[in-house]
Each structure stands twice: as C-alpha cells, then as structure tokens.
Design a protein around this ligand. Structure first.
Ligand SMILES: [Zn+2]
Length: 379
C-alpha cells in the first residue's frame, strides 16, 4: 500500500468511527452512503474493526428493504477511552470516559494549587496512574479557568488560580506518553455531548456557563470559535443594565456582575430574610422558591440572561443554546429566559433556536476528554 493510500485509508477509518460515535448504530450500506465511499471500502474497514473488537454486529435491520440484509453495527465504546481534568484552585476533578463520553470513573485530587510547578507534578502523577489503569486512553484533556492559548497549551493567566504563563501541555506532555490538550473550561464544556447534540456534532450552538463567573463558547460546525486572541464567547461581559453594578472588567451592568452565583446567592438570601446562608446555591433555591420575593429575584436573573442570549441569537442564529447552571432547577428562571428570548429576539432566529437548561459540574472535564476524541478523529 502506498503512503498516500495508507493515509486515505486511515482517514476513512476515522470518519467511520466518528459516524458510529454520533449515530450509535449503523450498517455498512448506510456508512458508505453517508461518507460517499464504496461499499467495498467500508466493508474492508468494518472487517478490520470487527477483528480488532472495536465494532460489533448487533443484529439484522428488518426494515432494510430489498437486497441483502443490513447488519447493524455498533461501536464498542470502551475500545477507546479518554481522560479529562478540571483544574480548580483547591482541587482537580478527573473523569475517565469511554469513546461516547460516558463517565467510567471519576474522582477528585485535593491539594493546594497556588504553586503551578507542584500542582502539575501532582496532576502528572494522577494522569500516569490513570493511564496505567486505562491503557485504552487516547490522551489527556485539561480544562482550566482563565485565558488559554489552546494551540500552545499555554495558560496565559487565571485569576482564581493565581497562575500566569504556565506551559501546561509542555510540562504534562513531557511526562506522559499520550497527547495532552489544554482548554479554557467553558470552551471545553461546549464540546461535551449535551441533549441531542453528540460531542462536536452540533451544526451551530452557543454554550453558557453560570457559576462563580459567567462564560460562553460559540460552536460552529462542531468546532469552537476561539477568536483572534482566544477570548470569543465572553457573554458575561455583555451589558444588560447600563445602570447596573460595576463589573470586574471595569464596565457597568455586565451580565456576570448581575447573575454570577455568589452575587445571586446574596440577593436571594436578602429576599428570603437571610435564612440558609450556609446552604449551597442549589439548596437555597429549593428552600426558598416558595417565596414570591425569591421567585421575583430568579425571574429578574432570567430576564438578564435572556437579554444577553437575545444578542447571541440575533448575531449568530445558532441552532442550540445550552445553559449549564444550578439555576436550571428554578421554574421562574427558566421561564423568564424563554419569555425574554421569545419577546426580544428577531422572529426567525428566535423561533429556530432550541433552548436547553442543564446542570453538570463535570462537563468541563468531560468536554476536555471529548476534545481528545475529536482530535483523534481528525488526525
Ligand atoms: Zn464585565
């Protein structure tokens, strides 16, 4: 086989894997049609995958129509795995996932992360241990807060870690024998599968994270749009109230200054006469949503988020908006976001967009792992 033919064959194998990951099951005929390849080419690839145990035959398609019966094929998800990390200021959360991003193992490494050299040594030891346990892992995806240059795997700065210009990929990559990918945690989350969107598949989507801060990421054809200096998607700094409080960026009335969870918790407690100060944010909502004043505060937060999302919908016309936040449990919040969007967005993009509310704190780690899978399929 010539070098060119071998490369083409490998590309076709990766495209087949990608299709099976996204569709769940398929047949040789369907794969050939979807990829525009001959049935013979696909049969050779599938035979190789069957021999390697990467793909299984899972029955005959009864509705296959005329001609030869169509045998359903399915990926064996644990053939390939990936490791995803979320680095925080006091801990590092990790997941090991299979090829379709289902979590197989998860845990937390607690330590002081103020000193990057020591932190990366500890993370390196954790990864080495996980790679020894899961030799099928294709690589390590690292999600970090702050401004990241993903091409260099360089964390430019992260205020809450106190890190500046840390070469995470270089440092970890020199210790591990697998690819290492470093991403901003919000952008990493956007690559994780959510609802009907498999990883890296959504035509166009905007992901919003509301926790200690407010961030966003734009997905175009399943890929993150990073912008000229890696800051695209900063929905937290859209102004939603010109008379609002001053934001950490120096401007007034940014979405983040109004709805980031520590600020919102304070406002909810005030509305609830201070009861439940020690409760985590989700439980504050559960305990007090019966109160009209608390519901009004949540509704106001939903209106701010809806106003910011309206700008995104009008500018980019995305197919999906995914909001990852513990606020998802509040009916008042969800309704206010949806009503504001319906009332303010241009009619055509406003009617097209599908709004999803989720809450998954592991999404940045899962998404960082998914980035490794997407890289593997594009190699
Ligand atoms: Zn701001």
């Amino acid at each position: 086989m010539s070098k060119g033919t071998a490369i083409l064959r490998q590309q076709n194998e990766k495209r087949t894997l990608s299709l099976l990951r996204i569709r769940g099951t398929s047949s040789r005929q369907e794969i050939a049609k979807a990829l525009g390849l001959s049935k013979n080419t696909i049969s050779l690839i599938v035979d190789k995958f069957l021999k390697e145990g990467i793909v299984q035959e899972v029955g005959i398609d009864e509705n296959g129509g005329v001609g030869r019966p169509r045998i359903r094929l399915r990926l064996v998800p644990e053939s390939y795995k990936t490791i995803g990390l979320l680095v925080g200021s006091r801990q590092c959360q990790y997941v090991v996932t299979d090829y379709v991003s289902s979590v197989l193992e998860k845990g937390t490494l607690a330590m002081d992360f103020r000193e990057p050299v020591q932190a990366l040594e500890a993370i390196g030891r954790l990864c080495a241990r996980l790679l020894a346990l899961h030799p099928e892992a294709l690589g390590v995806g690292v999600a970090v807060p702050g401004l990241v240059d993903p091409e260099q795997g360089l964390l430019r700065f992260a205020t809450n870690l106190g890190w500046r210009n840390v070469r995470i990929r270089e440092t970890l990559g020199s210790k591990l024998n697998v690819p290492v990918r470093v991403m901003n945690k919000v952008k990493a989350s956007a690559l994780a599968p959510a609802f009907e969107m498999p990883a890296g598949e959504a035509g166009s989507a905007f992901y919003v994270s509301i926790d200690e801060g407010v961030g966003g990421a734009l997905l175009i054809h399943g890929q993150i749009y990073h912008g000229a200096s890696w800051t695209a998607g900063e929905i937290g700094h859209i102004c939603v109230d010109p008379d609002g409080p001053v934001c950490s960026c120096g401007q007034r009335g940014c979405l983040e200054a109004l709805v980031r969870l520590p600020v919102l918790k304070e406002r909810l407690l005030l509305a609830a006469d201070g009861a439940g100060e020690d409760l985590p944010f989700p439980l504050v909502i559960d305990r007090h949503e019966g109160s009209a004043a608390v519901r009004e505060t949540l509704r106001a937060a939903g209106e701010y988020v809806g106003a910011a999302i309206t700008q995104v919908v009008n500018l980019f016309n995305p197919e999906h908006i995914v909001i990852n936040s513990p606020l998802h449990r509040s009916d008042s919040f969800r309704q206010a976001v949806a009503d504001t969007l319906a009332g303010r967005a241009l009619s055509i993009p406003g009617e097209t967009v599908k709004l999803h509310f989720i809450h998954n704190e592991l999404l940045p780690a899962i998404g960082a792992g998914a980035a490794i899978i997407l890289d593997f399929e594009r190699e």
